[in-house]
Design a protein around this ligand. Sequence first.
Ligand code: NAD
Length: 289
Amino acid sequence: EKKVVLITGCSSGIGLSLAVRLASDTSKVFKVYATMRNLAKKERLLDCVKGLHQDTLEILQMDVTDRQSILTARDKVVEKRVDILVCNAGVGLMGPLEVQSLDSMRHILEVNLLGTIQTMQVFLSGMKAQGQGRILVTGSTGGLHGLPFNEVYCASKFAIEGACESLAVLLQRFNIQLSLIECGPVNSDFLINLQKAELGDSSLQQVDGQTLSLYEKYLQHCSMVFQNAAQDTEDIVEVFLDAIHSTSPAFRYFTNSVMPPVTKLKVPEPDGMEYIKAMSKIIFADEDQ
Ligand code: NAD
C-alpha cells in the first residue's frame, strides 16, 4: 500500500522539489498530493515530473489561510487518509519594523503560523483515528534565533516551534511523529516571494538614518549569505527523506550537517527528543506504567 503524502506550498521551492522527488521515487511507494494556493502555477511542477507520474502525483488547490480550501483538498484525497502531512507553505517579511503595516504583519502570521496550525488541525483527527502518521514542518533557523529586520517573520517561525513542540509531546501517545526540518538559507523563490522594504521605497522615508544604514548593511549581509551558503532545495529534500525513512524520527533535523555556531547558542539539544520525552513523562507518566 502506498504512503499518502500531502504537501502545502508546492508551486515553487522546497515544496515543489519534495513533491517531485517523492512522486518520482523509483519504489513508487508514495502517492503525493501536491497542493498549491494558485493552480495556475502548476505548470512548473508538471514540467519537472514530465507528465510521467499520473499514478503517484495529484495536484490540488489549497490556500493554507482558507480553511474551506483545506477541507476541500482533504476530501479529494481518494485514499481517505494522509500518512505524511508536510506543512511547508510560508512567506517572508523583511524591513525595519516601524514601516510594517498591520496588514502585512497579519498576512505573515496568517500564512506561516495560523496556516500551518490549521492545516495540522484538519488532518489531526484522521491521523489519530488511523493510529499512525507523520507530520513534517519546514522550519527555519529564524524560528530558533532572532534576525534583525525579520522580527515578524521570526516571531511567526518561533511560534511554530512552540506549537510543534507542544503537539509533539501529545502525539507521541498516538504513534504520530512530528518533525521540524530546520533550514538555513535555501535557493528557492523565497527571496522573490518575500515582502521586502526596498531601499528606495517611500515607506522608508520616515525611518531614521541610523536604522536605514544598518538595514543596508543587513541587506548586503543577507545577499552574501544567500550567495555563499544557500543550500539547494534538493539538499533539503534529502533531509526530509531521512526523516521520512527513519523508524523513530527526531523532533528536529538540521539541513546543515555542521550547525552554525549562532544556532548552537540557542539549541542545547539538536534533535529535541530529550525534552519531549522528559515533558511527556512529567505530564503523562502514569500511562507508561
Ligand atoms: P518559496 O517561496 O519558493 O515557497 C513557498 C511556497 O509557499 C510558495 O510556493 C508559495 O506560493 C506558497 N504559499 C504562500 N502562501 C501560501 C498560502 N496562503 N497557501 C498555500 N501556499 C502558500 O520558498 P521556500 O524556501 O521553498 O519556502 C518553503 C518554506 O521554507 C517556507 O515555510 C519558508 O519560510 C521556509 N524556509 C525557507 C528558507 C529559505 O531561505 N528559502 C529558509 C528557512 C525556512
